[in-house]
Design a protein around this ligand. Structure first.
Ligand code: DCP
Ligand code: MG
Length: 363
């Protein structure tokens, strides 16, 4: 019988400046320097991540490399080495499985673990987290930050608080105070749009959210309102779900030079469609929605999607759909393009647990 009142011990682990730390580990001459991984110094491409030394200059993930260079002219650009990051990711996953099999990876460098029961038979989440951090360092020579809390969203916020090499424990009796002082943006599910709507209601913090009448919240925000009311009370019922299913497969390319010719873009799309189709075949999960992403030379980025009558993993159909979107609903051919991407979502059998949970009737 499942005891739904059982207080769970959840750990969120996230590696520090992951790609950059791997590069600094393997190339001692880069240690202590501001480095950017991804892109290149001509200003093409975007920063995948950067070392903490580079962050001191204001450089951040997803920033154009040209801007990174302006912020810190001495920054060192390093090419990505995905094979290395995947290897480190595999090593940290092995560590997680020393502790429990209830591991839900979110990306190469990040995972939730439910350690309520664990293979080490440790009682306290703090001790489990210390073990994980120490074993990760032993195995990879890289540092990780961890958050320990009774639920996922608080654990994730906590892991980010004392980076790098941080460990933050929010015990059950402190959850309410912890959430009270959080800006609403930190609450799971609150993106920029919801944050704006909450602000119009005078809600900026977890405390203000908690004290807001739930029926009014629901009147303004529908089901999201009820959900947020629960989260603000520390009630995040999402379980740690191993082998979380992928939501989409995609391929994108930052071009060496801005491209105006539509035929050139179509050739890129065809290549990308082949890669995406191969990936869908590999996971045996065709998808229904084809999305084309373009970034124009002025960095305006658009996506255009089309949902097909049935799921596909045909590279021809994916390419044809993306090219149709390109010709009918973008400015390709008129405005220079610097990035092209194709992705397929709505994968068959992809019942995302979080979406499922959102669809549940709330009490
Ligand atoms: N990444 C990327 N593009 C982004 C964001 C991240 O390619 N826009 C990659 C590079 C990161 C890795 O994913 O190293 C992990 O992402 P995180 O958000 O965890 O960032 P870091 O681990 O680099 O830094 P932090 O110490 O803040 O976690
Ligand atoms: Mg990280």
């Amino acid at each position: 019988m499942e005891d739904i009142d059982l207080i769970r011990r959840i750990i969120h682990v996230d590696m520090d400046a992951f790609y950059a730390s791997v590069e600094q580990r393997d190339r001692p001459e880069l240690r202590g320097l501001p480095i950017v991984v991804g892109g290149n110094p001509d200003g093409r491409g975007v920063v995948a991540t950067c070392s903490y030394e580079a962050r001191a200059f204001g450089i951040r993930s997803a920033m154009p490399c040209s801007q990174a260079k302006r912020l810190c002219p001495n920054v060192v650009f390093v090419q990505t080495n995905m094979a290395k990051y995947k290897e480190a990711s595999r090593q940290i996953r092995d560590v997680f499985h020393e502790v429990t099999d209830l591991v839900e990876p979110l990306s190469l460098d990040e995972a939730y673990l439910d350690v309520t029961e664990n293979k080490l038979n440790l009682q306290y989440g703090r001790d489990v987290a210390k073990y994980i951090k120490a074993r990760i360092f032993e195995s990879t020579r890289l540092t990780a930050s961890a958050g320990v809390a009774p639920n996922k969203f608080v654990a994730k916020v906590a892991s980010d608080l004392r980076k790098p090499d941080g460990l933050v424990i929010i015990p059950p009796e402190q959850v309410a105070d912890f959430i009270a002082q959080l800006p609403v943006r930190k609450i799971w599910g609150v993106g920029p749009a919801t944050a704006k709507r909450l602000e119009l209601l005078g809600i900026r913090t977890g405390l203000e959210l908690r004290n807001f009448p739930p029926d009014r919240l629901q009147a303004h925000l529908g089901r999201t309102g009820r959900l947020l009311h629960r989260l603000a009370h520390g009630d995040d019922p999402r379980r740690v779900t191993p082998n979380r299913v992928a939501k989409s497969r995609g391929s994108e390319t930052t071009l060496d030079q801005d491209v105006i010719h539509i035929e050139t873009i179509e050739r890129i799309i065809q290549d990308q469609a082949r890669q995406v189709a191969a990936s869908l075949l590999n996971i045996k999960r065709p998808g229904k929605t084809v999305t084309l992403k373009l970034r124009y030379s002025d960095f305006e980025t658009i996506t255009r999607s089309r949902t097909l009558p049935s799921a596909t993993s045909s590279s021809e159909l994916i390419a044809e759909t993306a090219c149709h979107l390109l010709r009918t609903s973008t400015h390709a051919g008129e405005r220079p393009v610097r990035l092209v991407g194709v992705s397929v979502s709505g994968l068959l059998g992809a019942d995302d647990p979080e979406q499922l949970w959102l669809a549940l009737p709330l009490p």
